[in-house]
Design a protein around this ligand. Structure first.
Ligand SMILES: [Zn+2]
Length: 138
């Protein structure tokens, strides 16, 4: 059960600064139809019951987010939540130092991997007349 915002994202109409392969194919072949509903916590299966997805996407911002990037997918029973695109904007991005916790496992063969993107931008100087300083944002 997809709403227009989700269809527009899947069809590439709202991508900005980024390109994805065929997201309808991704939804059909890569996204598991069986899921644990991120709203009620009960199991669901898109092959058996109406289901919905929420795509969490960074809102394009010329300084903070040069790409509208899909960062997470929530899955719901349609009865629990409608499909949506949740645009994450600057107010949702934490500032200052952040602690990152990685999942731990007793199984040594289980590995975690994450990517940190550090876009370069110019920050204003500290004093009037200072030249802008190049900084990395991550
Ligand atoms: Zn549910």
């Amino acid at each position: 059960m997809l709403i227009d915002d989700v269809r527009a994202w899947l069809d590439g109409e709202t991508w900005r600064g980024i390109g994805y392969p065929d997201l309808r194919d991704w939804l059909d072949t890569q996204v598991s139809p069986a899921y644990e509903c991120d709203w009620c916590g009960r199991e669901g299966d898109a092959r058996e019951a109406d289901s919905s997805i929420c795509l969490v996407v960074t809102a394009w911002d010329p300084d903070l987010s040069p790409a509208a990037q899909h960062i997470f997918t929530y899955k719901y029973h349609s009865a629990c939540r409608p499909s949506s695109v949740r645009w994450v904007n600057r107010a949702d991005i934490p500032s200052g130092l952040q602690r990152i916790a990685l999942p731990a496992s007793m199984k040594p063969e289980v590995a975690g991997e994450f990517d940190l993107d550090a876009p370069a931008l110019l920050a204003p100087g500290l004093d009037d007349g200072d030249q802008p300083r190049a900084v990395l944002l991550n």
